[in-house]
Design a protein around this ligand. Structure first.
Ligand SMILES: Nc1nc2c(ncn2[C@@H]2O[C@H](COP(=O)(O)OP(=O)(O)OP(=O)(O)O)[C@@H](O)[C@H]2O)c(=O)[nH]1
Length: 439
């Protein structure tokens, strides 16, 4: 075989490899300009492309992974791993019916001119992982050492009736303060609503148990990471027409699992945080919202979604520089979190786009809140060197209703409101009436 034939054969083999590789492979310039892409990469990315073009990977992935461009820009070495298996959520899915579409993205700098992206569809793997984590959490809650738990009996309305001494050890409350109180006592003010408690009791009735993990608060105000499990207590009652089993109340077990939050869990939490603003990222938002929508499907209650988008943000970047744009986004995140309750899920879901999911909030309340947020943002000044700049947002409002099968559709309605607010001149809020298709 002569030299030219050798090169041709090698080239053929390379093309075949690219064609058949079970992962998406993209070779690009450091700023994301695509030079080569295999068919699987095109297939994975095409649904994200707004205009059918796939010429820049960072631009295509910006709505779902705005951090990629920053990660690549801040990577200064000539070669090495820029990010490894970063999870990107492509779609929200439909609770109980369609799983969210997940992509894993790794970026490798090959040399100063070339960066390689490896894209893997991990939808099925993530679903299995979630199922495993749920059963692991369940076993942890039930089987592990029982020295650090508080056990109490709740009445049918979720008020505390009977307790074990562990309550005082774990929470610092004494019996007199606990009896007759709602279990909201162990949560920060505003972190749990009566409706959420009712949902958990209902969930326990339906599934045999309701397990949750999150922050609990001691009598002295200090926080601890806890798993809380509620299980129905049933009894046999004599009824005129025979014996029936009926709920007599619930058992509640609170366990301090702060020390169990090992590295893996911390890493997971970090992977749920937006790198720029420190609030939840799109992935975390979709997870929380999926749970919220499952709750809604079991027991519909008012549930509102706000999509908040910075106005003329490109102009801010162009006029004041990207770092100033970043400062505005951080200010916006702070303004939103300080104006919302703990129970509201607020996240950065795209470049300059944020979302807030508001349980127990009807349309009128959501509109009021959106207007307050809009006004609070317009009153902000962000210091940039010697200057200080103002900015505004537009907000689309949507509320959950029967015609909405999943988060994608709820987001679509909020986006329609956002679009109206932008078209009407920005720095305003709008609610788009449900489309006929969703009504
Ligand atoms: N500074 C900064 N800019 C970002 C970030 N993510 C996205 N952007 C920029 O946000 C801008 C969004 O611009 P557009 O989508 O055109 O929207 P806009 O200029 O806000 O206009 P309207 O939404 O119509 O009011 C783009 O220029 C993005 O590059 C980020 O993390 N930091």
């Amino acid at each position: 075989m002569n030299h030219a034939n050798g090169i041709e054969a090698e080239y053929e083999a390379l093309l075949q490899f690219l064609y058949l590789a079970p992962v998406g492979l993209v070779q690009m310039t450091p700023d994301g300009g695509v030079t080569i892409m295999n068919p699987l990469a095109a297939q994975l990315l095409m649904p994200l492309s707004r205009d059918g073009g796939l010429d820049n990977l960072f631009r295509v992935l910006e709505p779902v992974a705005p951090e990629l461009r920053n990660l690549a820009e801040s990577f200064t070495a000539d070669s090495g791993t820029i990010c490894d298996s970063l999870r990107v959520q492509l779609t929200a899915g439909i609770p109980g019916r369609v799983d969210p579409r997940m992509l894993s993205v790794s970026l490798l700098r090959l040399d100063a001119a070339r960066t390689m992206a490896v894209l893997t569809d991990i939808t099925v793997a993530v679903k299995r992982e979630r199922q495993l984590r749920q059963s692991e959490a369940w076993f942890n809650a039930v089987l592990n050492d029982v020295t650090d738990y508080a056990l109490m009996a709740l009445d049918t309305a979720g008020r505390i009736e009977i307790w074990n001494p562990g309550i005082a050890r774990l929470t610092g409350y004494d019996a007199a303060r606990v009896t007759g109180q709602s279990l909201a006592l162990f949560h920060a003010p505003g972190a749990i609503t009566p409706e959420r408690i009712a949902d958990r009791l209902h969930e326990a009735d339906c599934n045999g148990w309701s397990l949750d993990e999150g922050w609990c608060v001691r009598a002295d105000g200090s926080r601890f990471w806890a798993s809380t499990m509620i299980a129905p207590l049933t009894g046999i009652d004599d009824e005129p027409n025979g014996q029936t089993e009926e709920a007599r109340g619930y058992a509640l077990i609170i366990r301090d699992i702060s020390d169990r939050r090992d590295n893996a869990e911390r890493l997971l939490r970090e992977s749920e945080c937006d790198h720029l603003t420190g609030i939840a990222n799109r992935r975390k938002f979709f997870q929380v919202a999926e749970l919220e929508l499952q709750r809604w499907n079991r027991a519909p209650r008012p549930l509102a979604l706000l999509v908040i988008d910075a106005d003329h943000f490109k102009r801010i970047n162009d006029t004041w520089g990207h770092a100033a744009g970043d400062a505005v986004l951080r200010n916006l995140a702070r303004t939103l979190t300080s104006s919302l309750r703990d129970i509201d899920a607020v996240a950065r879901i795209g470049g300059e786009e944020f979302a807030a999911l508001l349980p127990s909030t009807d349309l009128a309340d959501a509109m009021n809140l959106a207007q307050r947020l809009c006004d609070a943002v317009a009153a902000q000044r962000v210091d940039i060197g010697d200057s200080s700049i103002g900015y505004t947002v537009s907000i689309g409002v949507a509320v959950m209703h029967k015609g909405i099968a999943g988060l994608d559709l709820l987001l679509r309605e909020a986006d329609a409101g956002l679009y109206s607010a932008k078209r009407a001149g920005r720095n305003r809020i709008a609610h788009a009436a449900p489309t006929l298709e969703n009504a």
